[in-house]
Design a protein around this ligand. Structure first.
Ligand code: ATP
Ligand code: HMH
Length: 264
């Protein structure tokens, strides 16, 4: 069983964050472990509190997991501030953790700010250069580059993001009309297409995608195949999204397809 570590934040509503990551790991056939760096008081409607732990709390969890269980891939999600990003980057480098997927979480589906603005520079200087893949959505790509991204300009945007140091970039397309993800590895652009669901129940789609991508890299798939499978898993989770949970954008359901195919 391959082992994938999520370094991310708790979502009390369990649609996104650490909770979504564990569901995605189960869906993708890997053993998931977690380093919780902060908590949010959050539901499908909004975020009412963010409580970041001191950076050393993240490092202690990463070391405990790495020393005993081991790590075949790492996914980072909401890291919230510069101190946490810097500590996580230091631990990943020192422990030589492989297959780092960085999901630069900045804004929740509900509109809440999930990253202190001053932390963007720390991301660029310390964590992005360690990443095997960076997985912004189009809005995060815009915020990172500081310039508007229209749908025709996503290739230029992916190329500019690659300059920040990751080995590859997947700009996720959930907020575009075509709904395709775009992979760029410095050599080729690959559009990753698939079904587009009209569902509003997308809370946690990005977390599910980056966790699935890390899982498939841990399992040894090449980057393009891992990215294709990650889109399939995220898209299916959106398709089975749970409208009946909460009054806002419902949580994705990573295991919906598996349970239905199993006849339950
Ligand atoms: N309506 C949809 N139908 C099919 N696939 C979708 C849909 N929305 C998102 N996806 C897929 O889910 C993954 C995450 O994409 P998205 O761009 O929505 O991330 P995000 O905005 O970071 O998510 P989040 O809502 O968790 O912040 C991508 O692979 C994307 O293609
Ligand atoms: C904890 C957490 N991580 C990530 C996201 C992004 O969807 C969220 N809303 N909450």
């Amino acid at each position: 069983m391959k082992r994938v570590l999520s370094v991310a934040t708790s979502d009390s509503g369990a649609g996104a964050g650490i909770q979504a990551d564990l569901k995605a790991f189960l869906r993708c056939g890997v053993y998931g472990t977690t380093a919780v760096v902060a908590t949010t008081a959050q539901n499908t409607v909004g975020v009412t509190d963010i409580y970041p732990f001191p950076p050393g709390v993240a490092v202690g969890q990463i070391e405990a997991v790495a020393e005993d269980i081991g790590v075949d891939a790492v996914k980072t999600g909401m890291l919230f501030n510069a101190g946490i990003i810097s500590a996580v980057a230091g631990a990943v480098r020192r422990l030589g953790l492989p297959n780092l997927v960085v999901d630069p979480v900045m804004v929740a589906e509900s509109g809440a700010e999930l990253l202190e603005p001053a932390a963007v520079e720390t991301y660029k200087e310390e964590l992005f250069p360690l990443a095997r893949v960076l997985t912004p959505n189009v809005n995060e790509a815009f915020a990172l580059l500081g310039e508007p991204v229209d749908e025709g300009g996503i290739e230029d945007c992916a190329a500019a993001l690659l300059e920040l140091g990751p080995e590859a970039v997947v700009v996720t397309g959930g907020h575009t009309s075509a709904g395709a993800d775009l992979l760029y590895d410095g050599l080729r652009f690959e559009r990753i297409e698939g079904p587009v669901h009209s569902s509003q129940n997308t809370h946690g789609a990005g977390c599910t995608h980056s966790s699935a991508l890390a899982s498939f890299l841990a399992r040894g798939f090449g980057l393009l195949e891992a990215a294709r499978r990650a889109r399939e898993v995220a898209s299916e989770a959106v398709g089975y999204g749970l409208a009946e949970i909460g009054a806002g954008a419902g949580p994705v359901h990573a295991l919906g397809g598996v349970l239905e195919r199993g006849g339950r």
